[in-house]
Design a protein around this ligand. Structure first.
Ligand SMILES: [Zn+2]
Length: 90
């Protein structure tokens, strides 16, 4: 089976080779219980070619880029759940 499709890392833009250990990530809206507000949920999954074609999925070349994605996602999520109302920072 020949796989000619190319994927690029969401963070650094590196092109995926055939034997790299890459990761997939999705962002979802998640409601932990009924009547609760929706919260962003991040899912990280080992590379799988079928899932890699999902339009929503992010492709990540390794741990460093996964960590970058998580950090960005956390910053975004904090902005969603805790709007910056005060300048209180440690
Ligand atoms: Zn990368």
């Amino acid at each position: 089976m020949t796989w000619t499709e190319t994927f690029h890392c969401e963070i650094c833009g590196k092109q995926k080779g055939s034997v790299d250990h890459w990761w997939l990530a999705w962002t979802e809206r998640y409601r932990p219980f009924e009547d609760s507000p929706e919260r962003p949920l991040l899912k990280i999954y080992p590379w799988e070619n079928m899932s890699a074609h999902d339009a929503e999925v992010k492709h990540l070349c390794g741990q460093a880029c996964v960590q970058t994605l998580v950090a960005r996602w956390m910053n975004t999520s904090i902005g969603v759940t805790h709007p910056i109302s005060s300048a209180k920072r440690a």
